[in-house]
Design a binder for this molecule. Structure first.
Ligand code: 9MR
Length: 433
């Protein structure tokens, strides 16, 4: 149910290797530069959609949807806009939003209405000519956008907002919270997720996505690229999105490494010759292991000894309601203050499967957990997330990651894995610390 998109450059639409891969592999398109302010309004009041429409038309003719990027940004402003300030710039911003959104009215899945408005370190706003028109410029942009095209989702989009503990993330979170409280129309937050050594994939990325979603907005991964394209990190990103019902989809910022704005980092899913990289396979495996979202998403099982107050709390999102798990197995007892664990088979296919383990704290909060079991047959874990595995052969032990050891009394956390062989649901033991 989620989309998987790419950025497209109009200048490459004549490259058949590029369009073949893009058409085969992706179902959402973002114009890498062609819908930006300098491209669409090169002279004040004169709009030019030549290259933007080339991308739009290629996308829809090939059955893809389009994300709009971007309407209000301190970069890639045409010269005439860079020289404006105050109420004149404010009006130019409003006119630009109206001009571009009316051209694409009813045709865009989501617009990045405002891009990169937060400072990299302070948690406050970035200084820019737009910011100097007054702190309300962002909400004016969103209100203008809602009127211009009520059918488009309206997103705030930024980078370095992936790590929950970073001040920039908190700054954007507080803005979105404030907008939701005051009724400023915002539907989604885009996480660019350009990961590299200075801004690595954080272990709390899923927490960030969840916390934003809990504010009542969709979350989208809008410009993903990962320095070195670690297959594991790509899978982690996909699994984090899949774990958050309001994560609508993922867009990589280009097709082949040679198309990337950071081509030296070889950060994408296809190499410069158009070959699938290891990261491609890990992304595809993670997606194939997912439960389709048009069938309801799963909920953790409630153990037989649980009291009604132990029931899982409702999801904060408005996603489809949960379905009972397949073949749950339960540890027989949960010590008060300890933990219990259950395994269920999420999905299986010839030769492989995906399972999920729900760890539930007992009567008091726990700070760490270790889950153990023995396979009766010989499945092999091929990939595990949200836990650290030890043990060998048929004996498996998984303990918490640094970010998910703490579980409130009666609360749950999950880890998952894919395996080869036949799925099993062994009884589990859970030890709390
Ligand atoms: O990939 C885009 C590159 O071709 C442009 O030269 C650059 C100019 O600002 O913008 C790049 O895309 C950026 C995107 O629009 C916003 N987030 C950061 C992206 C990478 O710089």
């Amino acid at each position: 149910g989620r989309y998987f998109g790419t950025a497209i450059a109009s200048g490459k639409l004549g490259d058949s290797q590029y369009t073949t891969i893009a058409n085969r592999e992706f179902n959402m398109v973002t114009a890498e530069n062609e819908m930006k302010i300098d491209a669409t309004e090169p002279n004040r009041g004169q709009f030019d959609f030549t290259n933007a429409d080339r991308i739009y038309n290629w996308a829809v003719q090939n059955g893809k949807r389009v994300r709009g990027h971007t309407l209000a940004w301190h970069q890639q402003q045409p010269g005439w806009m860079q020289s404006l300030s105050g109420s004149s710039l404010r009006q130019a911003m409003i006119d630009h939003i109206n001009g571009v959104m009316s051209h694409y009215k009813g045709k865009i899945y989501a617009w990045d209405v405002v891009n990169e408005a937060y400072d990299d370190s302070s948690g406050g706003r970035r200084d820019s000519n737009l910011q100097r028109t007054g702190n309300d410029w962002i909400e004016v942009a969103f209100r203008t956008a809602r009127n211009a095209d009520p059918d488009a989702k309206l997103c705030y989009n930024d980078y370095n907002t992936d790590n929950w503990s970073w001040a920039k993330t908190q700054g954007v979170y507080n803005m979105v919270k404030d907008f939701k409280q005051r009724g400023v129309p915002i539907d989604c937050v885009g996480f660019q997720s350009h990961f590299n050594s200075g801004s690595p994939y954080p272990g709390n990325y899923r927490t960030t996505l969840q916390n934003f979603a809990a504010l009542g907005v969709d979350v989208q991964i809008t410009e993903l690229d990962i320095q070195g394209a670690s297959a594991q990190t790509y899978a982690n990103v996909v699994n984090d999105c899949l774990a958050v019902p309001r994560c609508n989809g993922i867009t990589t910022w280009g097709v082949r490494d040679s198309d990337s704005w950071r081509s030296g980092d070889t950060p994408l899913l296809f190499d410069g010759n158009g070959n699938k990289k290891a990261a491609y396979t890990s992304v595809l495996n993670a997606l194939n292991a997912a439960v389709p979202s048009d069938s309801p998403s799963p909920t953790p099982p409630v153990s037989p000894s649980a009291t009604p107050s132990d029931s899982p709390s409702p999801s904060p999102s408005d996603s489809p309601s949960p379905t009972p798990p397949v073949s749950p197995s339960q540890s027989p007892t949960a010590e008060p203050g300890g933990c219990s664990a259950t395994m269920r088979t999420v999905n299986s296919w010839p030769g492989g499967f995906q399972s999920e383990v729900t760890v539930r704290a007992g009567g008091s909060a726990i700070r760490g957990w270790t889950v153990s079991w023995n396979w009766s047959g010989s499945p092999t874990i091929t990939q595990l997330w949200n836990g650290v595995r030890s043990g060998s052969g048929s004996a498996v032990t998984v303990r918490n990651e640094s970010y998910n050891g703490t579980v409130a009394a009666g609360g749950t956390t999950t880890f998952g894995f894919t395996g080869s062989g036949g799925a099993e649901t062994p009884s589990l033991t859970c030890a709390a610390s």
